[in-house]
Design a protein around this ligand. Sequence first.
Ligand SMILES: [Zn+2]
Length: 253
Amino acid sequence: MILKEVIFADWDVSPSIVAFSTIRLGGVSESPFASFNLATHVGDDLYRVESNRALLKELLPQQLEWQWLDQVHGDAVAVVNKAGPALAADAMLTTRENLVCCVQTADCLPLFVAAVDGTEVAVIHAGWKGLVSGVIENTILRMSTSASSLAVHLGPSIGPCHFEVGAEVRDCFLAAAGSASLVLATQACFVCSKNPEKYMADLYAIASLKLSSLGIDKVSGGDYCTHCDDDKFFSYRRDGVTGRMLNAIYIEA
Ligand SMILES: [Zn+2]
């Protein structure tokens, strides 16, 4: 029943790739974590979080192993061959079957990455700090698959309708852009807000620009705003204390 309510990545890759984002419905956590919170670090009752994780695992093949991250808004990538305790990183990749790569989000951008032939997968947690520091570039460069054989699906994040940032955030991105043409393209990802010295930032567009620069042209997703859709999504910007959605990818054996 819950699985009907997750959002599967809609992309053109091998059917052996399973990638989905959970929504906030269908769990046992109470407000402000109601109800399908999957994160242990946000102040929710740990028994309820474990119950939610168990609900999800029951609906998926039992032989799956789950690898979680302690996300720190950095650029570290974990290369994983077997599941273990949570790793301090903001991205993870594997070539192993049945190993579920997990990141948790509530506004930050989750990216699913897959070799189109189904041999390698990755997942990335990209907030603005991670995007500036190069977490996408680091992940793609660590993968064995060439960029032309990778596809990327952008999971639910806060949209440009709601992600207001200061001029200093935009300046960080402009300073990190490698060429005059990239500076221009990056500027286009920030639209003046109605508030002075503020901009509305488009995480989907920033990520797409980076992927294009890396030679990845198979990019899909970017269809949601977690802040707009209170019924479906947790949003840190909207609610402060709140739960996290899970973004999971694995290669089915
Ligand atoms: Zn919005």
